[in-house]
Design a protein around this ligand. Structure first.
Ligand code: SF4
Ligand code: SF4
Length: 384
């Protein structure tokens, strides 16, 4: 049985968040829990979600007030705290600067970790991948505390505690993983290995203002008022997805994979939730990105049916600013996205027979000009 703390917090006042986090640590075991989590002389890495360089307070990224509140607590346990992430586009430094993290880090003497240099590492007992190139900052630490944002995700349905470590893969190497792991279930297995590799110790999930709809970048902010804390990343995610409307947590691909590979606690009966009750915190009418993960019998059948029923990335032409970023980030370039003339500008078109549905284009379009559209056949088959 794993334990998580669910706290209600309605704003981004640092003092309020700090008070809630202290309540959470108290529920989890107080001083002795923290001493065990952060042994004496440990180097601690805080890993927020910097999807891209956006303004402070944007629902695209972890709020810097959560970062500050965490620092205020853990500085009593470690004198070596660093932070970092590798965004999908933009440099780590630019993302840290715009989001307010650099300013907070400067006030507390928190160092910026190197998330650009890859280090080659090996994982014993991997589900799928033994060899990895991981950002130096994520390797050269003793305790990794992940600070994810609660968001919808076009490809992975939801992003939180487990998915957040994908940012430990530096720069454009992330795109290579999309080419290697084309469906959400296999991608999930890769994420589980990645978390085993970087030995994520603890998660503090920022679900105060979450993102619904066209996430993880172009959805809408949604007040969920939740902070979820725990050592078991899958347990934290299991609570989060129940808050936003998944009645069956196995409808989320990485939780299904974690359950199949006995990687961590996933089912409600395996998780002891302290603090608030999930039922009292559920966010009614939350707009999910996708609803139900369906896995088919074999990879070949999977590939065939993916072409038949998988949703497509589709353009909202008027929003497009012809920046070409979608083509840049597509791991299947140059085959999938080409540009054509439209009302005096260039807009993308897709070769869907070559598209692997990683939705990186939808994720990283700066204008929210790409949405994910279900095919009619899904409606006929009643697949959400
Ligand atoms: S769809 Fe988005 S990413 Fe692609 S060119 Fe248009 S604005 Fe840029
Ligand atoms: S077009 Fe978009 S969804 Fe398709 S492979 Fe390229 S980035 Fe992925």
């Amino acid at each position: 049985m794993e334990t998580v703390a669910l706290l209600k917090c309605t704003d981004y006042e640092v003092e309020n968040i700090e008070r809630k986090l202290r309540e959470g640590f108290e529920l989890l075991g107080g001083e002795s829990f923290l001493r065990e989590l952060i042994p004496a002389n440990s180097r601690v890495l805080l890993k927020p979600n910097f999807l891209s360089a956006v303004e402070k307070g944007s629902p695209v990224i972890t709020h810097c007030a959560v970062f500050e509140a965490v620092i205020r607590i853990i500085k009593d346990y470690s004198s070596s705290i660093s932070f970092g992430d590798s965004p999908g586009t933009d440099s780590p430094a630019k993302a840290a600067e715009r989001s307010g993290f650099m300013e907070v880090a400067g006030r507390y003497g928190v160092k910026s970790a190197d998330f650009s240099t890859p280090i080659h590492v090996e994982l014993d007992n991997a589900i799928m991948y033994k060899y990895w190139d991981i950002a130096q900052g994520a390797v050269e630490t003793d305790v990794l505390i992940t600070l994810p944002k609660l968001k919808t995700h076009g490809m992975m349905y939801y992003t939180g505690a487990v998915k957040n470590q994908f940012g430990c893969v530096p720069g454009f190497r992330k795109a290579e993983w999309h080419t290697k792991q084309r469906d959400p279930y296999d991608f999930s297995k890769m994420l589980l290995d990645l978390n085993s590799m970087v030995r994520t110790s603890f998660a503090i999930l920022d679900g105060i203002v979450a993102m619904e709809g066209n996430g993880p970048r172009n959805g809408n902010p949604r007040q969920v008022n939740a902070i979820i804390m725990g050592k078991a990343l899958t347990a934290v995610d299991s609570v989060a997805v129940r808050l936003i409307g998944y009645n069956n947590v196995l409808d989320v691909p990485h939780l299904k994979a974690a359950q199949d590979y006995k990687w961590g606690a996933v089912l409600p009966g395996e998780i002891n939730v302290l603090g608030e009750k999930i039922n009292n915190m559920r966010c009614k009418g939350f707009k999910l990105a996708r609803e139900k993960f369906i896995e088919f019998s074999t990879p070949a059948v999977n590939r065939f049916l993916t072409q038949l029923i998988a949703p497509n990335p589709v353009l909202v032409p008027d929003k497009c600013i012809s920046c070409f970023k979608c083509k840049e980030v597509c791991p299947e370039k140059p085959n999938v996205i080409t540009f054509k003339d439209f009302k005096g500008k260039k807009i993308p078109t897709w070769n869907y027979s070559k598209c692997i549905r990683c939705f990186c284009c939808q994720e990283l379009c700066p204008e929210g000009a790409i949405i994910i559209k279900n095919k009619a056949v899904r409606d006929i088959l009643k697949i959400k």
